[in-house]
Design a protein around this ligand. Structure first.
Ligand code: AMP
Length: 414
């Protein structure tokens, strides 16, 4: 049998793995500047944690979770997102009592049984941040700016920031009721819409199939209570004050149940159907619903693979791995130990003070011609050749692989 990576997963090599690392590193630096602290939570959790927090009637819980039983029959799930785990950890470690205004960030793999396509995978990486304990619109604005700053740190500047408010427990029920009446009056809804009308009517707003039928749809904006309205206006004033251009998008509802008030999504024109780079919002009831003290939270997550796809157009990848490649060759097989010792020294000390080099070789049992061919194949700029005659004088041959010139140089001078 020829094994293949499971559907919807992929192997990440070389420059792409480096890109992922650099993105995480840049995000980490930005989060730390904003006073956020890193948290690493397990990759699997009690399955019911996700059902309760994300919501029974959401796509993730209904059809996308990887659920399994362990040897003791416990029902566990691979995490489909980071928020539920972080809230669980926050409560479990009693931070809701001892450290209620914490700022945390995470990065790592998430798992969703979705239909794979470009930009949508079954295993993907997210980077996210969450600000606990603040009801202030400035926390929402800071989270939106954080997401934008991480994107711009790798050259992604042209994005569309969509914002909306979903109201609170006071004002959303009337909106929901009005929506149900409105949608019930529409014929020929798709199967998903018919189902969601019973369970999660807000989700009909972002249905891609039926959207043309929805004319004069009720807008949450008209139902927001005074507090929610003021909150939303302030969030907008704050992000405007730092020159963020955004669109108020009444259709933005997000796929997870826990959101209250602000929701946002950052989209890229450079991508196809899966154009959301980052998304988030406020969840003021989640900590309490999961058993903690009443603590508001606002957060976001970005999808690293999608962000890196958008970065293909931003010139980010051309800034990565500029190391000069140097190949160590041996003209005589019995010089392998001298060449090996030299290569380790070179890795440790660099070449004439230049530490940005990557060293390859030596390899034995290959002719010098084959070694030089290999050096060309990996894109080495120089090959350092160990040959008996030159080594006797304390020298090696340095071959410039671009113009193919070659000089004997004292090893000490390298
Ligand atoms: P969500 O957790 O659904 O709010 O998604 C946050 C971000 O994660 C999205 O904006 C995407 O960039 C990314 N994302 C979500 N689902 C997937 C997936 N199946 N494959 C790749 N990226 C994803």
């Amino acid at each position: 049998m020829n094994y293949k990576a499971p559907r919807g997963t992929h192997d990440i090599f070389g420059i792409n793995a480096l890109g992922l690392n650099v993105l995480e590193q840049k995000a980490r630096q930005i989060f730390i500047k904003h006073g956020f602290e890193e948290v690493r939570t397990p990759i699997f959790e009690d399955a019911s944690l996700f059902t309760r927090s994300i919501g029974e009637a959401t796509d993730i819980v209904e059809k996308e979770m990887y659920i399994f039983e362990d040897r003791k029959g416990r029902k566990l799930a691979l995490r489909p997102e980071g928020t539920a785990s972080l809230v669980r950890a926050y409560i479990e470690h009693r931070l809701d009592v001892s450290f209620p205004s914490g700022k945390f960030f995470y990065s790592g793999e998430m798992f969703r049984y979705e239909r794979p396509q470009a930009g949508r995978y079954r295993q993907f990486c997210q980077i996210g941040a969450e600000f606990y304990g603040s009801l202030s619109p400035s926390a929402d604005a800071e989270i939106i700016m954080l997401a934008c700053d991480v994107l711009s740190s790798i050259g992604i500047e042209k994005v569309n920031v969509h914002v909306n408010s979903l109201g609170c427990q006071k004002c959303r029920p009337l909106f929901r009721e009005t929506l149900v009446k409105y949608f019930t009056s529409i014929d020929d809804l798709c199967q998903d819409c018919l189902r969601r009308l019973q369970t999660n009517p807000l989700r009909l707003l972002d249905c891609k199939i039926d959207s043309d039928k929805f004319i004069n749809v009720p807008k949450m904006d008209d139902f927001l209570c005074d507090d929610c309205k003021e909150h939303f206006n302030l969030v907008q004033n704050l992000i405007r004050s730092v020159n963020c251009t955004y669109i108020v998008d009444p259709k933005l509802v997000r796929g997870l149940d826990y959101y209250t008030r602000t929701v946002f999504e950052i989209r890229s024109n450079a991508l196809g159907a899966q154009d959301a780079l980052a998304a988030g919002g406020r969840y003021d009831n989640l900590v309490k619903e999961l058993g903690g003290q009443d603590t508001p939270v606002v957060g976001f997550a970005l999808g690293s693979e999608r962000v890196l796809m958008a970065a293909q157009h931003s010139g980010f990848f051309s800034t990565l791995n500029k190391n000069e490649k140097v190949f160590i060759a041996i003209a005589d097989q019995d010089l392998i130990s001298e060449a090996f010792a030299f290569s380790i020294k070179l890795i440790r000390n660099g070449l004439k003070g230049n530490n940005d080099i990557s060293v390859f070789g030596p390899v034995d049992n290959k002719s010098l011609t084959a070694q030089l061919r290999f050096a060309d194949k990996i894109g080495a700029s120089k090959t350092i050749i160990f040959a008996k005659a030159e080594l006797g004088e304390g020298k090696v041959l340095v071959k410039n692989m671009i113009d193919k010139t070659q000089n004997a140089v004292f090893i000490d001078q390298l």
